[in-house]
Ligand binder design. Structure first.
Ligand SMILES: O=P(O)(O)OC[C@H]1O[C@H](OP(=O)(O)OP(=O)(O)O)[C@H](O)[C@@H]1O
Ligand code: HPA
Ligand SMILES: [Mg+2]
Length: 180
C-alpha cells in the first residue's frame, strides 16, 4: 500500500476512501432495514466518530436524531485507561432506540464505560455501530452490532482517528509509520 507524507507524519494507506464508502453504504442499508418503524437516535462519541457519523447517517434512509457525547482517554498513541467525559448529551434518551456510533473499539474501555452509562438512562434499545475493531488489544469484550472493518494491532490515523489531535481529516485510514 502507498505511503504518503502528511506534514511531519508518514502514513501508509490501510483502507482507501473508496473501500470505506462502499462498506458504509452496506452498513447504512442494514441499519435502515433493522430500524424500520423505530425511533432511531444516533449517539456519536466525540471527537473521533464525527467523520464516520456524517457518512453513516447519510447512508441510513430513516428519520433519525443525532446527539453527541464527548469522551477522551488517549494522549498521543497511548490509552490512559481513564475515561473522561468532556460533554454530555443534550437530550434524554429514555424510550429511544439508541445506536451508538464510534470510530474504533481498541481496548474497549471507552465503550464499556459508555454502554454502562447510557444503559442506566433507560433507552428502549441500545446497540453499537463501530467503524473499526482492533480485537488483539481488547481488555474487555464489547459486542458490536454493526462493524465496518477488523484491524490489526497498529496505531491508525485518518477518517476521524487522530494522533495528538491531528490527521482526523484524512479521507482514508492509514498506519502511522513515523513522526511521533
Ligand atoms: O477502546 P479504547 O481503547 O477505549 O479506544 C477507543 C477510543 O479512543 C479514541 O478516542 P480518544 O480518547 O482518543 O478521543 P477522541 O475521539 O477525541 O480522539 C477513539 O475515538 C475511541 O473513542
Ligand atoms: O489506533 C488508534 N488511532 C487513533 N486513536 C485511537 N484510539 C484508540 N485506538 C486508536
Ligand atoms: Mg483520539
Amino acid at each position: 500500500m502507498p505511503t504518503s507524507r502528511e506534514g511531519p507524519f508518514r502514513v501508509e494507506t490501510l483502507l482507501s476512501a473508496e473501500q470505506i464508502q462502499a462498506r458504509i453504504q452496506e452498513m447504512g442499508a442494514q441499519i435502515t432495514r433493522d430500524y424500520q418503524g423505530k425511533d432511531l437516535a444516533l449517539v456519536a462519541v466525540l471527537k473521533g466518530s464525527y467523520v464516520f457519523l456524517a457518512d453513516l447517517a447519510r447512508a441510513i434512509d430513516l428519520p433519525l436524531t443525532i446527539d453527541f457525547m464527548g469522551i477522551s482517554s488517549y494522549v498521543g498513541t497511548k490509552s490512559t485507561g481513564v475515561v473522561r467525559v468532556t460533554s454530555d448529551l443534550n437530550r434524554p434518551i429514555e424510550g429511544l432506540d439508541v445506536l451508538l456510533v464510534e470510530d474504533i473499539i481498541d481496548t474497549g474501555l471507552t465503550m464499556q464505560y459508555l454502554l454502562e452509562n447510557l444503559g442506566t438512562r433507560r433507552p428502549a434499545s441500545l446497540k453499537l455501530a463501530a467503524f473499526l475493531e482492533k480485537p488483539s488489544r481488547a481488555k474487555v469484550k464489547i459486542p458490536i452490532d454493526y462493524k465496518g472493518f477488523v484491524v490489526e494491532d497498529q496505531f491508525l490515523v485518518g477518517y476521524g482517528l487522530d494522533v495528538d489531535g491531528k490527521l482526523r481529516n484524512l479521507p482514508y485510514v492509514g498506519v502511522l509509520r513515523g513522526g511521533l
